[in-house]
Design a protein around this ligand. Structure first.
Ligand SMILES: Nc1ncnc2c1ncn2[C@@H]1O[C@H](COP(=O)(O)OP(=O)(O)OP(=O)(O)O)[C@@H](O)[C@H]1O
Length: 561
């Protein structure tokens, strides 16, 4: 357990500002210059989704003389009946009662997939796989990417960002593409057409599975995983034999195979940086630099002495994605991509219009109606967390934390739990204690082999493991829709880490609960998280097997006695 001082300073250092993109209640937002968008939102009644708002929304991008219209028209949105799904009794119930849950806050857009310009075959495949309606962010991102724009996609965790970039790529690459895209420039047989980079093996493999699912068994060799920890020679052989059009991998392995001359990406059309803010981390810097320099950079493109950076003198389309967008990302994205657009569920603006020097804020599900900071007038607030999460904290002594976790799991009747810790040793101890008390638990962290990691994750997905005790490795991008409870057994280092951890539950409109189990001296950190994320985090206790909310005053009184 780190000292409180250490925890606090990391919290303060790590917690730089975040982009403020939505703020006031009932505000009409106008953007001028080369871009114009106007949407009217009533934020009072819940999440920022067209469906939940039932509002009329118009949005268009104009370039100079009103050409290049991206989206246009007025649609009155109603929540379609078929989108209200039962997800069983897995959600958090404060009273511990088992009732089925509706996906009542599902962020589904007004448009249907065929309206977004996707090819017929791809729409058919989507339907076969059960994807009927695009989510809000998909409805915004797909046409924008299809128009060849470089983009930075920001939308809260579990809102469907993966398909938001995969679908436009599959519209142009592989057997489901538009016939018209055959007219594009011919590419070499061994050329890769899309490179997708993810910060972890698990996320890389998850993306591969998503692509394989859409391509179908006959064509799944068109996507190749290049993740670290797996046999590199085998990956290189597969590249040679299968000639995939899409590769998905971790930065180190992609850069390594590229440096060895076994990955031909010079005429690649798409470069996707998933969890882009994580990819900015120091340990990825060299590999990401190499990838940016090589992917989509045709030999001969960009003359010597050109004042454009290497990453910008190519023809590739750069797509960057994350739920959290610190200004470091805005600055990086502006230099890596060509005139990138910031795409969110209800707005598309040039990234250059976002001021990168103002302090920025990050929020959770509830939209603030405060305009107290000076920058909030111009920059609305980013929503990084799904609106349908309940956040609690529970105070206990360090030696009772695991027991508190077990009691919370029982009180909520949670079926699929991710418990986050920061240190491997403590993590192993926690698993040992849980197992000793008869709760099916497993550990997942970077010290395990790739095989062990994927086996454990598979078991967790199948429901064979009830509590997965893990660290930041699992905080990014992992999609286990059944996960109904996230527990912070140790505090996250800052609000960004809290957001990604918490985002493992409440996926795509499902309900979810997040409980931070902490010691009394750590409560002030919880208060800071609450403020930074603009979410209520209520104190709770487990009484007679039920989770009950306790008033702060009563809690403090009990502590002082
Ligand atoms: N249009 C859709 N209809 C139904 N389900 C969808 C749709 N789009 C995505 N999903 C499902 O929603 C879940 C969440 O999607 P995804 O993992 O892409 O979210 P995300 O926004 O990338 O989350 P994170 O920020 O945590 O990475 C997945 O299970 C995915 O299959």
């Amino acid at each position: 357990m780190p000292s409180l001082a250490a925890t606090t300073s990391r919290f303060l250092v790590g917690d730089y500002g975040y982009l403020r993109l939505f703020s006031n209640l009932q505000r009409t937002v106008y953007f001028h210059g080369s871009f114009q968008s106007f949407c009217r939102f009533d934020f009072q009644n819940g999440p920022l989704t067209l469906t939940s708002l039932g509002v009329k929304c118009e949005s268009e991008i104009t370039s100079g003389n009103n050409q290049n219209k991206l989206q246009q028209g007025v649609s009155t949105v109603e929540f379609p009946k078929r989108k209200v799904k039962k997800v069983g009794s897995r959600g958090a119930q404060l009273v511990g009662a088992k009732t089925s849950l509706d996906i009542e806050a599902a962020p589904f857009a007004a448009k249907a997939f065929p309206e977004l310009g996707l090819p017929h075959l791809l729409v058919k495949r989507l339907k076969e796989e059960g994807y009927e309606v695009p989510t809000d962010v998909q409805a915004a991102a797909i046409p924008t990417i299809l128009k060849n724009n470089d983009v930075l996609i920001q939308s809260y965790t579990g809102s469907g960002k993966t398909l938001a970039y995969l679908l436009p790529i599959l519209s142009k690459v592989g057997p489901l593409r538009n016939d018209s895209s055959d007219g594009d420039e011919p590419r070499g047989k061994t050329d890769i057409e899309a490179v997708i980079v993810a910060p972890s093996r698990e996320l890389g493999m998850q993306i591969v599975r998503e692509v394989e699912k859409l391509l179908g068994p006959a064509d799944k060799r068109l996507v190749q995983q290049l993740v670290g920890g797996a046999n590199r020679a085998r990956q290189e052989d597969a590249l040679k034999k299968n000639k995939p059009a899409i590769v998905v991998g971790t930065p180190g392995r992609i850069a390594e195979i590229s440096a060895a001359g076994k990955l031909h990406t010079h005429s690649c059309r798409y470069l996707v940086l998933d969890e882009v803010d994580e990819l900015l981390a120091f340990n990825f810097r060299e590999d990401i630099h190499r990838i940016l320099e090589h992917v989509g950079r045709r030999s001969g493109a960009g003359s010597k002495g050109s004042n454009r950076s290497p990453a910008r003198r190519n023809e590739r389309q750069t797509i960057m994605v994350s739920a959290t967008v610190p200004f470091a990302v805005i600055r990086a994205a502006s230099s890596w991509a060509r005139d990138p657009l910031l795409v969110q569920a209800q707005s598309i603006v040039p990234l250059s219009s976002v001021c990168s020097t103002s302090p920025v804020k990050l929020t959770g599900g509830r939209t603030s109606n405060s305009t107290s900071t000076s920058d909030s007038e111009n920059l609305p607030t980013v929503q990084s967390l799904p609106p349908n999460l309940q956040h609690y904290y529970h105070v206990t002594r360090i030696q009772h934390k695991v027991d508190a976790l077990r009691r919370c799991v029982h009180a909520l009747d949670a079926k699929s739990v991710m418990a986050f810790m920061n240190h491997t040793k403590q993590l192993k101890d926690a698993v040992f204690k849980l197992e000793a008390r008869g709760m099916k638990a497993a550990e997942l962290h970077g010290d395990l082999s790739k095989l062990a990691r994927s086996t454990i994750l598979k078991k967790f997905r199948k429901g064979e493991v009830r509590v997965l005790v893990t660290n930041e490795l699992s905080a990014r991008g992992l999609d286990v829709p059944e996960c109904d409870l996230v527990v912070n057994l140790e505090l996250p280092t800052d609000s960004v880490h809290y957001a990604h951890r918490a985002g493992r539950t409440g996926r795509l409109g499902r309900k979810g609960t997040v409980i931070t189990i902490c010691e009394e001296p750590e409560v002030f950190v919880v208060r800071k998280l609450e403020k930074k994320l603009n979410i209520p985090i209520q104190a709770c206790d487990v009484t007679e097997g039920k989770l009950v909310v306790i008033e702060e005053e009563k809690r403090l009184k009990a502590v002082s006695q």
